[in-house]
Design a protein around this ligand. Structure first.
Ligand SMILES: NC(=O)c1ccc[n+]([C@@H]2O[C@H](COP(=O)([O-])OP(=O)(O)OC[C@H]3O[C@@H](n4cnc5c(N)ncnc54)[C@H](OP(=O)(O)O)[C@@H]3O)[C@@H](O)[C@H]2O)c1
Length: 537
């Protein structure tokens, strides 16, 4: 019998957290501030300690100071005294993680600190020296993608991973686990993603690999599942009989700025946002109900959905996509100094990297056959916004005369659900309603639900909860290798289409994107949901 849906509340296991890339931006700005917040909320396992690894020479104290600076700027509720208390758990080991000589030191330090922090080392006394005396260990790879393979290989060669033998052992006593969190991007195309998948798979079981997607940590993405499957009235409507189309949008107001040359020009909007995040959101919105809230059951449904997305050939890709890049704003105070993307330092203009991408996708299954899914992401848009729009069909018979203040008489508005993921998490439902008065006039109205207001709660930064899930061993919010593979299979034809690349259109800074994107959705009388200034959903 299927288990009832419930959010796992089990406490995370105590463990050592080993962060590779500890002197870098992500560790200072996101990971450690998130750990500090968890500590203040009492959500960190009691004996948890961190070992940061990178090549820069630093003492533990230097490392704590460097991280303290980041936490004071980025952690919610930073307090000097509380930070000092927490910082005792932070340690540092300088060295190159791609070199084998680091690992004996890392193992020795991990054992020594496990003792200092009172972390259980289940193998104590075992004769098997490959894992004896190591505590539960969570590795976090916060390094450039090309370092993943060499670091994972060194971890394996050093005998720090025992997980594969753990699950199939018979009659063994308690043994430590080893898990690994891997940052995006996972490859730059299908082939390089597969290489990374293979490199990880040679050392870690798939059940121990946590491919992070910080978008999935957001409350509302989890809420999509609750909304769909804890309420009875959405599900009967959630199909091609009632839904006209679906839009998934991630818009950013910022430009690329200084990151253009170093990173963005080799990535672009499709790789950076759609392949890695938006297809995941689409899968949650469109997948079949899982048999339980079990991570494996949810992942299976997401994989099935991604596998059902119709693949297009590179020759046809331009018919199903639009690419753009933003023009200069002329405002020297903005993140690009008022320049257009193509003029930024480090950008190879002839590479024609897109800062905006929109795709029209089809899902070839019984539920969604004939319903297009429009997925778009862009920079320098009028506002920051991540949302899903479920646009329903018009009623089969039009009984009433509708009045739209902007579009005049005789226009009816089909129902629409807007699920806001960021910045204000919430949901709105557009209904047609009668304007009070003697004449029968119909106008669209919105029922709006603001999660922060209703629950009097602020959304959490996603990295903290995601790290806790990995410590709990819950993979619901992380990507399986088949999801990564499927997302690249969907995106690759668009990335390699020469016609699409040649057609990259310049769009105005702070506009809703290129005209080709309007044409992409507008063919059948549809339009993007572009909220007006001040409109929340
Ligand atoms: N920053 C973000 O907001 C963000 C967001 C999403 C994803 N990511 C991803 O997270 C990863 C890290 O990003 P980041 O922004 O933190 O990059 P970063 O600031 O460039 O940091 C990279 C880190 O890797 C270390 N490193 C380089 N070679 C090493 C080696 N051989 N052994 C050990 N450490 C080594 C560097 O330190 P040393 O020079 O001291 O060795 C540095 O600490 C990337 O994959 C990125 O795509 C970052």
């Amino acid at each position: 019998m299927a288990m009832p849906i419930s959010i796992p509340a089990n406490r995370p296991d105590p463990c050592a957290l080993i962060i590779f890339g500890a002197s870098g931006d992500l560790t200072q700005r996101k990971l450690v501030p998130a750990l500090y917040e968890l500590y203040c909320q009492g959500n960190l396992p009691e004996n948890l300690f961190v070992i940061g690894v990178s090549r820069t020479e630093m003492s533990d104290d230097d490392f704590r100071w460097h991280l303290g600076e980041g936490a004071s700027r980025h952690a919610i509720g930073y307090e000097e005294g509380k930070w000092r208390e927490f910082a005792r758990r932070l340690h540092y080991l300088a060295g190159s993680a791609t070199k084998a000589e680091l690992y004996p030191k890392l193992k020795a330090r991990t054992r020594e600190l496990a003792e200092v922090h009172g972390l259980p080392t289940p193998g104590l006394g075992s004769t098997d020296q490959t894992w004896a005396c190591l505590p539960n260990t969570l590795f976090y790879l916060s390094v450039a993608p090309h370092l993943v393979e060499p670091i994972v290989s060194r971890i394996g060669e050093a005998g720090m991973v025992y997980e594969g033998k753990r699950w199939c052992s018979i009659g063994e006593g308690p043994m430590p686990w080893q898990r690994i969190i891997v940052e995006k991007p996972i490859g730059t195309n299908l082939e390089s993603a597969r290489e990374q998948v293979r490199a990880l798979g040679r050392v870690f079981e798939e059940e121990s690999i946590y491919r992070i997607d910080h978008y999935l940590g957001k409350e509302l993405v989890q809420n999509i599942l609750v909304m769909r499957f804890a309420n009875t009235f959405f599900e009967p409507l959630w199909n091609n009989k009632y839904v006209d189309h679906v839009q998934v949008t991630a818009a950013e107001q910022v430009g690329v700025g200084r990151r253009a040359g170093g990173f963005y020009d080799r990535a672009g909007a499709l790789r950076d946002m759609i392949q890695s995040h938006l297809l995941q959101i689409m899968a949650l919105v469109a997948m079949e109900p899982p048999a339980s809230f079990d991570p494996t059951a949810i992942r299976r449904e997401k994989i099935k959905l991604i596998d059902a997305v119709r693949e297009v050939s590179p020759e046809d890709a331009a018919q199903f996509a639009a690419f753009g890049r933003y023009a200069g704003s002329g405002n020297s105070a903005d993140d690009d100094g008022g320049l257009g993307y193509a003029e930024l330092e480090g950008v190879e203009a002839e590479q024609r990297t897109e800062t905006y991408a929109a795709l029209k996708l089809h899902i070839d299954n019984w539920r969604w056959s004939g319903v297009p899914f429009f997925v778009r992401s862009g920079k320098k848009m009028p506002r920051k916004l991540t949302e899903v729009v479920i646009q329903f069909r018009e009623p089969p018979v039009r009984l009433f005369n509708h009045v739209d203040p902007r579009r005049g008489e005789g226009v009816s508005h089909a129902n629409r659900i807007v699920i806001n993921i960021a910045p204000d998490e919430g949901m709105s439902l557009r209904l047609e309603a009668k304007v009070p008065g003697p004449s029968l006039r119909i106008k669209p109205v919105k029922m709006d639900l603001d999660y922060a207001y209703v629950f009097n709660a602020q959304p959490l930064e996603s990295y903290g909860p995601l790290m806790l899930e990995a410590m709990r061993g819950d993979q619901t919010l992380f990507k399986h290798r088949d999801e990564v593979d499927g997302a690249w299979r969907i995106c690759e034809p668009f990335l390699t289409s020469e016609q699409l690349r040649a057609s990259v259109e310049t769009y105005g800074a702070y506009s809703w994107g290129p005209s080709a994107a309007d044409a992409l959705i507008g063919g059948d009388g549809r339009a993007w949901h572009n909220p007006d200034a001040g409109e929340r959903r």
